[in-house]
Design a protein around this ligand. Structure first.
Ligand code: ADP
Ligand code: MG
Length: 626
């Protein structure tokens, strides 16, 4: 193939522009990106060579070589990994083939700091070379291809790139950066070593550099033709815990997660037994922006006997723990394990169960700690990831009880951080159920008329306002022998919390009020399943409840928002016979209007929408005028 000039895909141009302009303040990351690509290329070779050992040719030791040329101002990152064919070079370096990168484009907001992090998360890494280079030349040959089938790819990182065929005896890829004016600092062995040790120390592949020596005659540093590793290269997780410092654990986390903050907690264990494996798992301190995407890739990398097998091995973690980052290195799985095989393997199942338990233990250690710093960490964790644990209650039945203990709530007694155990410890004499209410917002929950009697009696009620709550509640019916009971469902049964006197009074009121109730039922027959007197209310005239097992108005609204058509169950209207609006009903000349107003107000009070708001306004105005 003779020299061809091709144009970058439009999106690539945008990325190039963004990368070179917004990442300048953190320019040294280009080296981390290129070394990580070299390391990926070696992993790929190792993987393909499992079935095709001849791909190693005569160079079985995989490595990366860093070198620089002060005269020509070039910096070269050379690996003997898988390499690229001409088609691959064009596709991988000139177009956005990967969905990750496409998603990256859709997430761009022009906020530079955020964008810089995004670049790491989506791996548009190669282009970061253009931060410091005004031309990048890539020379590569795919493992197994003939020397004459090498490729040279070259670009200034603006509109287009060139490709041509070259002869390249050695397999793998050299990335040659022609440094921009002013970027000479990277032409220093010392500088490069310090960047490697900062970002790439644990890359499980030797990164080699030539030794340097002071030459007194020329009075300058000269390089010798002797290569030596500049990184530790030992996969961190294979070392013994006692040999690893806190800083090393944190640095490793930052390398694998592209997160810039330290993790909240980690766990590192060698597990023996049915299945033998090492796990190094981290809980991040902050939620990534795409946490709510349940299809998002998981954060756990799978290795088999130190050989990298795959990223995002979902089979290793339940979906609700998708925020966990780390490495699992198995001693038993076959090297050529596929995703399909992973789903079915009993060894993988054992790893998944073991790892899930470890993560829960980590969280329990923080949640149950007496230490204030740990407590604060758990509170921070809960703020960012709490909803995922709620997902877990429904998803992971085996651990539902442990998960329930980790849940934290807002209640009528405290705005946040209440656990079931806290609630139970404050439970009233004679109280059996754990009471809760669901609503669209905390304000709506707190203002619910259904809470009035509970507030009057000082009974604590859990306030649920997350979208996932209704779903969680359908999987969680009790805690520690106490049934979870909605205060907006069924009739009020405060059991022993109400004394005999109160009960008798309530029955009497219901009796004398019967004629009014019958009229209300007649007027509202299309809107309410039933109308009854309640002891639930103290200050409000009326509220809506649904029957036990019926769809609440709140859940029906949630389903509707998510595009599902779920008609709300016809509610029951409950009235407070002591309220002046209600007690004056019997003698009112506008009985029908008042009945509808009571109903509409009950809908509004629980955050619902009126079907005919104009009719409501008309009726209220008529009353106001008198
Ligand atoms: P990512 O590493 O996330 O895939 P990059 O922009 O860093 O994204 O790299 C783009 C693609 O270019 C890689 O997926 C790979 O196919 C190819 N590539 C980059 N560097 C090398 C290399 N040293 N050897 C082989 N292929 C490479
Ligand atoms: Mg990359």
């Amino acid at each position: 193939m003779s020299k061809q000039t091709l144009s970058f895909q439009a999106e690539v141009k945008q990325i190039l522009h963004l990368v070179t302009h917004s990442l300048y303040s953190n320019k040294e990351i280009f080296l981390r990106e290129l070394v990580s690509n070299a390391s990926d290329a070696c992993d790929k070779l190792r993987f393909e060579a499992i079935n095709q050992p001849e791909l190693y040719e005569d160079a079985p030791n995989l490595e990366v070589r860093l070198s620089f040329d002060t005269e020509n101002k070039t910096l070269t990152i050379c690996d003997n990994g898988i390499g690229m064919s001409a088609e691959e070079a064009v596709a991988n370096l000139g177009t956005i083939a990967k969905s990750g990168t496409r998603e990256f484009m859709s997430k761009l907001e022009g906020d530079q700091k955020k964008d810089a992090q995004l670049i790491g998360q989506f791996g548009v890494g190669f282009y970061s070379g253009f931060i410091v280079a005004d031309r990048i030349t890539v020379e590569t040959r795919r493992a197994g291809a003939k020397p004459e089938d090498g490729v040279r790819w070259s670009s200034e990182g603006t509109g287009d790139f060139e490709v041509e065929t070259i002869t390249r005896p050695e397999r793998g890829t050299s990335i040659i950066l022609h440094l921009r004016e002013g970027e000479e600092e990277f032409l220093s062995g010392w500088k490069l070593k310090s960047i490697v040790s900062k970002y790439s120390d644990h890359v499980s592949l030797p990164i080699l550099m030539q030794k340097e020596e002071w030459d007194a005659e020329q009075s300058k540093q000269v390089t010798r033709d002797e290569w030596a590793p500049v990184n530790k290269a030992a996969a961190l997780w294979t070392r013994s815990k006692s040999d690893i410092t806190e800083e090393q654990y944190q640095e490793f986390y930052k390398q694998i997660s592209y997160d810039t903050t330290n993790p909240l907690a980690y766990t590192h264990n060698r597990v023996e037994g049915r299945s033998e494996y090492t796990q190094l798992l981290y809980i991040p301190a902050k939620a990534p922006f795409d946490l709510w995407n349940r299809d998002k890739r998981g954060g756990v990398k799978l290795y088999v006997k130190r050989v990298f097998i795959m990223d995002d091995a979902e089979a290793l973690m339940p979906v609700y723990l998708r925020f966990v980052k780390g490495v699992i290195d198995s001693a038993d799985l076959p090297l050529n394990v596929s995703r399909e095989l992973l789903q079915e393997s009993r060894d993988v199942k054992a790893i998944r169960e073991g790892s899930t338990k470890r993560v829960l233990s980590m969280l329990e250690a923080l949640a149950d700690s007496e230490d204030d710093a740990d407590k604060a960490k758990y509170a921070a964790f809960w703020r960012d990831f709490g909803q995922l644990l709620k997902e877990g209650v429904g998803e992971d039945h085996a651990n539902a009880e442990r998960l329930a203990k980790l849940l934290r709530f807002s209640t009528t007694h405290a705005d946040e951080g209440v656990s079931f155990a806290d609630y139970v410890s404050r439970i009233k004499e004679g109280q059996e159920a754990i009471y809760y209410i669901t609503a669209d917002s905390l304000a709506a929950a707190k203002g619910s008329p259904q809470l009035e009697i509970y507030r009057q009696k000082g009974i604590e009620v859990l306030l649920f306002t997350d979208r996932v709550d209704e779903w969680m509640l359908s999987h969680l019916s009790e805690f520690d022998g106490h049934t979870l009971q909605s205060v907006a469902k069924g009739s009020v049964d405060l059991g022993k919390l109400q004394d005999e006197e109160e009960k008798k009074q309530a029955e009497q009121v219901a009796e004398t009020f019967k004629p009014v109730l019958d009229r209300l039922k007649e007027v509202l027959k299309d809107r309410a399943k039933d109308v009854r007197v309640t002891t639930r209310l103290v200050d409000s005239p009326a509220c809506l409840v649904v029957e036990e097992g019926d769809l609440s108005g709140h859940l029906a609204r949630l389903l509707k928002q998510s595009g599902q058509d779920a008609p709300a169950s016809t509610p029951i209207l409950e009235v407070n016979a002591k309220h002046p609006l209600v007690s004056s009903l019997a003698s009112s000349e506008r009985f029908d209007d008042l009945a509808h107003i009571l109903f509409d107000q009950a809908v509004l009070a629980e955050g619902g929408h009126l079907e005919d708001p104009a009719a409501y306004v008309r009726r209220v105005n008529a009353m106001l005028i008198g």
